[in-house]
Ligand binder design. Structure first.
Ligand SMILES: [Zn+2]
Length: 71
């Protein structure tokens, strides 16, 4: 068993339902979450994050560039 987050996750695209591979992002700005990002072949960007519940919620509410950590 390991506490390290998975390097990749798979989700279905919200638009075309094809599987999308999300890759763990290296984000040094926040240690509370492990953000994942993947782009479907149809162009839809899929975000996901694991970790601190509130930080994940704020990340997913605005996962784009400029997101910063608020506590
Ligand atoms: Zn898609």
């Amino acid at each position: 068993m390991s506490n390290k987050p998975a390097r990749t996750l798979s989700f279905k695209c919200a638009k075309c339902t094809k599987p999308v591979t999300l890759y763990l992002q290296k984000v040094s700005a926040c240690s509370h979450i492990q953000p994942y990002q993947g782009i479907c072949k149809c162009g839809e960007v899929r975000y996901h994050a694991t970790g601190d519940k509130d930080a994940v919620a704020s990340f997913l509410a605005n996962p784009h560039e400029g997101w910063s950590h608020h506590h």
